[in-house]
Ligand binder design. Structure first.
Ligand SMILES: [Zn+2]
Length: 60
């Protein structure tokens, strides 16, 4: 997925069960993704956000 802040970076979410940190992605009936917990990039733009029902929420 692309970083939602617009910096153009690609974020790879590690969904492998053994990987840490990892995130859980759920898709609701309207195919809107939610990601928990929040994503906090430790490099690049340091964006901190979470996605709920397809919408990006910023933590700041
Ligand atoms: Zn960014």
């Amino acid at each position: 997925m692309r970083c939602p802040c617009g910096c153009g970076d690609t974020i790879e979410l590690l969904l492998v069960a053994e990987a840490k940190p990892r995130w859980d992605i759920t898709i609701d009936r309207q195919y809107r993704p939610s990601i928990v917990p929040s994503v906090w990039r430790s490099s690049g733009c340091k964006a901190h956000f979470w996605i709920s029902k397809g919408r990006v929420h910023w933590c700041s």
